[in-house]
Design a protein around this ligand. Structure first.
Ligand SMILES: [Zn+2]
Length: 65
């Protein structure tokens, strides 16, 4: 089943296909995340990495890039 890995990754991917939001403290998986407030890019290299607060403005909501 192609959907199986998506299910395993959990939480935010329910919105798959739309804007995926991630929050500080979550482990949303590999990829680029953009601060919702200032647009600062944060890269996660591993699915075990936790999203930090935005390094620029300390905001805690991100959009997946
Ligand atoms: Zn920011």
């Amino acid at each position: 089943m192609t959907l199986y890995p998506v299910v395993l990754m959990g939480i935010s991917l329910i919105q798959y296909g739309e804007d995926i939001m991630a929050t500080t403290g979550e482990k949303p998986g590999k990829g680029a995340y953009y601060c919702e407030k200032c647009g600062q890019r944060v890269d996660l290299d591993d699915h075990t990495d936790t999203l930090p607060p935005c390094p620029k403005c300390a905001h805690t909501k991100y959009k997946k890039g």
